[in-house]
Design a protein around this ligand. Structure first.
Ligand SMILES: [Zn+2]
Length: 556
């Protein structure tokens, strides 16, 4: 469909300062436009709320580890098979849904973009192939570079020019969208030597003349120098450990004013002593971020029920497996990352789980700038993305939140400020933390907004006092100008677009890389890089400064 009118809807479009005003939206050829002829196809959105399509800045939906997690939990799929409906394909759901179920269910919630958050370069090809099998949503991925032996060796020798060229080469070779750091410097030694994970930023990394801080600083610098649309995306050291908020603050200080994104920050906001029960340091973390506009974060909210831990932080999964005694996977991706997978369930009566749940909510509610503390559950680590509607209700409805808080471990709740917080997020704030904010942090200026020229990714919900019910099922979902969900029914099954970056680099760096690959990789250097044919329908996003000047959008 090339033209569309959406009339009489109550529009929330924070980028364009539209806060619940009745406004008509016009679409032509996949973009929002000034007007279209009156006899164009029309959705009458009277009594409905119109928002830009949702943007998930951090989830795990495609690639090697996700596929291993699927195969690993057949019992989870058996409970939740999605049968073929009309032209739509069948699939399985559960905590780690199949590719097509992932696409359909994101769309059902009104999400039109989702970013896969952790891909080793070697898994890039697999990830892109799964992307092509994930319908409706646009997507991209972040490539793991903070436990890369070749890059570590350049860093320890201070060969910074070559480091920068090699990072740019790796972004091109993998077709990634951004640089991801997971447990910087800790996984690589841990894979080979007992007790060799790191827990301090200035600690020497076993086997290298290098510290985590040097890796963090270098990758923040390169992200900024290359002008990547999204800054370095950091999973800090010491995830999940009591007292880790100090490491998180230290990591944020290391940015020294440069842009950086701290991911699933809930898992990094704990006080207490190592080995003892955690306490909440959400207030301290929120306070720091409130005063440092260069820092953005997503929460990584824990939701009660089933989850699957899947992370490049392999030592963490090993620790958790000692606690849960469940099946788990540990995978070593050659010279470039580790990986752990473990089925998990968050339970309200368990002190630590209840504390994690409350810490996440505190972070949302104590952060003054919703543009910089955005919504995620780190799907499926903190719980499935299918929990987003319930999470939105917790943020918008204080009475409901307090009722839920009274059902869980009370010692944990007493160790937080949750019950003292009156704030209820407004619809405009929800539009920011689920759409406008993540899009801005990603540098995807055509998303998360409904201004003229923006992508026509639009969701329309029936207004409902119960916000969980409201956000559970969009009445209409328009993606790139096509109506995918029409009055609650799927009509379309087209594929989304892939977003990636392609920064310039000096090809001479390949002469340094080739012998390293010949010596240490199982894959031939010439077979390693993913070629353009894997991209399909895609957009190569331009460097950040140029892009943002064009769009005249500034970070808040
Ligand atoms: Zn994650």
């Amino acid at each position: 469909m090339s033209v569309l009118r959406i009339i009489n809807g109550k529009v929330h479009d924070p980028v364009n300062n539209i806060d619940g005003r009745i406004k008509d939206i016009f679409v032509r050829d996949g973009k929002i436009v000034e007007s279209v002829p009156e006899d164009s196809p029309t959705i009458d959105a009277s009594g409905m709320v119109v928002l830009p399509g949702g943007v998930d800045i951090h989830c795990h939906i495609a690639g090697h580890k996700v596929n291993m997690a699927r195969k690993f939990q057949p019992e989870d799929h058996r409970k939740d098979a999605q049968l073929r409906v009309g032209e739509l394909r069948s699939g399985t759901g559960g905590v780690v849904p199949s590719t097509f179920t992932t696409g359909y269910r994101y769309a059902t919630l009104g999400y039109t973009t989702a970013m896969e958050a952790a891909v080793p370069p070697m898994s890039a090809r697999h990830t892109l192939e799964e992307f092509h099998d994930t319908p409706v949503i646009d997507k991209g991925f972040y490539v793991l570079l903070a436990n890369n032996i070749f890059l570590n060796q350049l860093l320890e020798k201070g060969r910074m020019e070559e480091f920068r060229e090699a990072v740019a080469w790796w972004l091109n070779a993998s077709k990634a969208y951004a640089i991801k750091l997971v447990n910087p410097g800790g996984d690589e030694p841990w894979k080979g030597r007992k007790n060799s994970n790191v827990d301090q930023l200035d600690q020497k990394i076993s086997g290298f003349d290098l510290t985590p801080r040097k890796i963090i600083k270098a990758l923040i610098d390169v992200s900024n120098d290359l002008g990547l649309p999204h800054p370095a995306h950091i999973h800090c050291n010491n995830l999940g450990h009591s007292g880790n908020y100090a490491t998180t603050l230290d990591t944020m200080r290391t940015a020294e004013g440069r842009r950086v994104h701290i991911t699933h920050i809930q898992f990094h906001s704990y006080g207490g002593k190592l080995g003892e029960k955690p306490t909440s340091k959400a207030a301290e973390i929120a306070e720091y971020i409130n005063h440092h506009p260069n820092i953005t974060a997503d929460v990584g909210q824990v939701m009660f029920g089933n989850a699957t831990i899947m992370t490049g932080d392999a030592p963490l999964t090993w620790l958790l497996r000692n606690m849960t005694h469940k099946k788990w996977i540990n995978a070593d991706t050659e010279c470039e990352s580790g990986c752990g997978i473990l089925p998990f369930a968050y339970q309200g009566h368990v002190y630590t789980h209840a504390l994690q749940w409350a810490v996440g909510l505190e972070l949302f509610l104590l952060s003054k700038d919703p543009w910089r503390m955005v919504l995620s559950t780190d799907h499926p680590n903190g719980g499935s993305f299918e929990n987003y509607p319930r999470l939105i209700r917790l943020l918008m409805d204080r009475e409901f939140r307090n009722e839920e808080a009274r059902k869980v471990n009370q010692k944990a709740i007493a160790n937080t400020k949750l019950l003292d917080i009156d704030r209820e997020m407004t619809m405009q704030e929800i539009a920011i933390i689920t759409r406008a904010g993540p899009a801005r942090i990603l540098g995807l200026t055509d998303k998360g907004q409904l201004g003229v020229g923006a992508d026509a990714d639009i969701t329309i919900y029936d207004e409902n006092e119960n916000r969980e019910e409201m956000f559970n099922a969009a009445r209409y979902v328009v993606k790139s100008g096509n109506i995918f969900i029409d009055n609650h029914e799927f009509r379309e099954d087209r594929h989304g677009r892939i977003y990636h970056v392609a920064p310039d680099y000096d090809p001479a760096v390949e002469d340094t890389l080739r012998p390293f690959f010949e010596d240490y990789y199982t894959i031939q250097f010439d077979n390693y890089a993913v070629d353009d044919s894997y991209l399909g329908d895609h957009e190569t996003v331009k460097p950040y400064p140029a892009r943002f000047e064009e769009a005249k959008v500034s970070m808040t």
